[in-house]
Design a protein around this ligand. Sequence first.
Ligand code: LLP
Length: 421
Amino acid sequence: MHDFQYKNGELYCEGVPVKTVAQRIGTPFYLYSSNTLSMHFRAFDTAFSGVPRVICYALKSNSNSAILRLLGREGAGADIVSGGELFRALRAGIDPKKIVYAGVGKRRDEIEYALKIGILMFNVESGDELRALDDAAGEMRATARIALRVNPNIDPKTHAYISTGLKENKFGIPIEQALEYYQMARSLSHVEIVGVHHHIGSQITEVQPFVDALEKVVAFIKELKSAGMNIKYIDIGGGLGITYKDETPPLPRELATAIQPLLKDCGCTLVLEPGRAIVGNAGILVTSVLYHKETGEKKFLIVDAGMNDLIRPSLYDAYHEIKPIVEPAAQDPHDVVDVVGPICESGDFLAKERDMPAVKRGDLLAVMSGGAYGFSMSSNYNSRPRVAEVMVRGNEYFVIRERETYNDLIKGEKIPRWLAG
Ligand code: LLP
């Protein structure tokens, strides 16, 4: 469900015509619906209301400060993977006691920052990291609350690049060896074991992989408890998929129905780390048609957004629906086109061989489902300023990130003395 709908023949975000924003700030830009964001967060919160829970929104999916503030006000915590994400979460007013920190490569300065703040827990991914945490906490006279990220070796049946819970992935500790690591953690003086974490992948469209992983982890928690360890949190990560095209992923409610019974005897607070399911369909990328081009082989629609603005099609062959802002009529002519951007790479495309309504130069297009891993993965490649981000609430809209300028492109760059003048 989302709030991007045609009304009176044109696309609206809630009560705001997309065209109005485009006329005001130019294209390309990301446009987000506050109502959709709140609705998606609440869907998780209500679905899991039967168990004690902390819903830690995965910042990596979209870390804009206004989005964080909105979700923080709804009661969200944060799943972070860097010092930068910790900074953003804190700036947005997210309660440190609702922040979990994952990632295989936490640096010492990042560890110290999180220890100083006193986050809920570090989701630890290796023995070396455990020792590094113990060292840092010891020097700071602090205690590092930790969960170990266990790898349950479950196939999430998603794109290989976004599977994380398989044996061959770099993430977590194989569940068969995890007991040893917990014992090691228990022997460290500045580490307190508080939980168990797992995350098996992203854009998962079935309930079963979540259930399979959880069954393994719940059994493991029993083992830990009988070894005398006080496990208070079970963090099941994120990964719930969304509809990009014709997928029918489970709703949070369906996920909850499937997994809540498994948690009954575990006596733990549930931690969830959804990203995409909250923000993915709450955002679109708006772009303008620049040119048509026909070679013997193909028809290209050249638009003003490229792979630097939305890399998912290039990187994962991901499908994003592309809709004209003016609602097409059923009898309108169609074309089969590659929708491509201005970047100097053949891999710069938003869609390939796409059958879509014929559009003219200057027409506006909405690249749907762009809220997650859109702006957050964007770059300045080809020295393209990153695009603006806009949030709608009802009939009003607000620019929540200005379009970058050419001066922003060279921010921090310096000419050495010997080249000056
Ligand atoms: N927790 C952990 C530990 C994660 O690694 C991730 C995502 C999440 C939570 C959030 O997962 P979500 O609910 O958003 O599926 N760039 C890729 C997705 C990479 C996901 C990485 N980890 C894409 O555009 O599809």
